[in-house]
Ligand binder design. Structure first.
Ligand SMILES: [Zn+2]
Length: 256
């Protein structure tokens, strides 16, 4: 597509065949719908900041509860292991005490006393560890109970907020669907080559390929349109480009 204002009659060739601003009106509406879809799609895919925060906070609470349960389970396993160790130690204690009653020499007696002293120390440290674990388990169980009690309400609140967001998304989806349907219908009315050319221009011009004439100026760049170009525009039989920003000018008979 050239940059001249009136020399691009090849583009939208049927412009002369249709009455008035028909094809340009169609392009203007097509551009409007394409812009609408892009904006709404972006809105649809952007999670509102207040919901992002709510979701993060909720996920953190769920995660904390899972971690707490895992820690409690580990502590309980360790506690059971400790209890069975303590039972073994007590068995040894009994065994040595029995031995102590049947020793023959003072040397044997001293050796068994030594063993008893060792298992006594081991039992004390094992029992200390068990007490410590019991304290931790008790605290974790209380914490877990509090968290589990408040979770259903938190979950319900969270799902309620998600529900609002999903409803909003569904409403946008239906708007998008009807806008896309209109785009398909509009595109079907434009010859494929012209359509491709228009889409390329849209991409090149940041989504704004056709602009209205407002106060005899281009609505995009606000540069005044030459009187000769204005005359051609008003007749509406040829494509006129803005001299400055090279967008298609659209003389809207209703607002110009
Ligand atoms: Zn312009």
């Amino acid at each position: 597509m050239g940059a001249s204002s009136a020399g691009d009659a090849h583009f939208l060739a049927p412009v002369g065949a249709l009455s008035g601003n028909g094809p340009l009106e169609l392009l203007y509406r097509l551009q409007d719908r394409i812009r609408f879809v892009a904006a709404r799609q972006k809105e649809r895919d952007t999670v509102p900041p207040e919901l992002t925060e709510i979701d993060r906070a909720y996920q953190e609470r769920v995660e904390a509860l899972t971690n707490l349960k895992q820690r409690l389970a580990r502590d309980e396993v360790e506690h059971r292991k400790g209890e069975s160790e303590a039972a073994d130690i007590r068995e040894k204690q009994k065994k040595y005490q029995t031995q102590l009653r049947s020793v023959q020499t003072s040397r044997e007696y001293g050796a068994v006393l030594n063993e008893i002293d060792g298992v006594d120390k081991l039992l004390r440290s094992t029992e200390d560890r068990l007490l410590e674990l019991e304290g931790e388990i008790e605290m974790a169980r209380a914490d877990l109970a509090t968290r589990e009690a408040s979770l259903p309400a938190e979950t319900a609140e969270h799902e309620e907020k998600l529900k609002d967001w999903r409803t909003a998304q569904r409403s946008i989806d239906s708007e998008l669907e009807s806008a896309r349907e209109e785009i398909r219908k509009l595109e079907a009315q434009i010859p494929p080559r012209d359509r491709a050319e228009f889409i390329r221009l849209l991409e090149k011009k940041g989504g704004l390929a056709i602009v209205k004439v407002v106060n005899n100026s281009c609505a995009a760049c606000h540069v005044k349109i030459r009187p000769a170009a204005l005359q051609i525009l008003k007749v509406g039989r040829e494509i006129v480009y803005c001299d400055s920003c090279k967008r298609i000018l659209y003389w809207d008979t209703q607002t110009s």
